[in-house]
Design a protein around this ligand. Sequence first.
Ligand code: UDP
Length: 229
Amino acid sequence: MTMQQAVTILDGFVRERTSALVATANAEMVMLAQQDQELLSILNNAELTLADGAGVVWAARKLGGGVPERVAGYDLTQQLLQHAAKTGYKIYWLGAAPGVAEAAAAKAAEQFPGLATVGVHDGFFDCDDGSIRRLIRDSQADILLCALGVPKQEKWLNQYRHELQVPVMIGVGGTFDVMAGKAKRAPVWMQRAGLEWSYRLLRQPSRFIRMLALPRFVGRVLLSAWTSR
Ligand code: UDP
């Protein structure tokens, strides 16, 4: 779906007080899910799994499904925050290194006047610690932005979704780092050319092993397209 459709659907989840898990899947995540059954099941059963990445958009087109556009987690977060500032939806920020979520929330408050932040917590906590879940539940947030990285954020949200009682829970990866100015996104021309992955690799060479999944992804898609002819 388009970005606008995604925001409309998420708005509906908040109004209906659904407990919706939202994932934005890029090629790396799709390949990880080939080896990780739990992640695969989460992506297949999430209320919304969006195409985050030029690779996934290309694959969907190649395989005949087709998606109208890329809906990246970072961009979706910005659109949702803008929408939340207008509607009064309450945001909880969970994740990233200590201080980063606060900085991201402060940036958002400047950018989207009226935005209601009801809680902030860093992402380095004991996952079994129920006190964080209680804090989130008691905050009565409408939208939980969860930046614990893939697949930790999806698994944690899925495991505790009923306890958290938040209508929209979304895994946003490195979004807080970018908002807080700790990390940079690729220039728009690179995003448009489908080259965001190469920019991330240049800035973070430690991602090299993870990114070996990308040529394998292309190979799997081409093979699927060929065998289904
Ligand atoms: N992170 C976290 N808790 C953890 C592990 C990671 O809060 O236990 C944060 C990390 O600080 C970073 C984000 O999760 O802000 C992951 O960012 P990355 O760009 O690697 O996202 P991904 O590519 O996994 O979506």
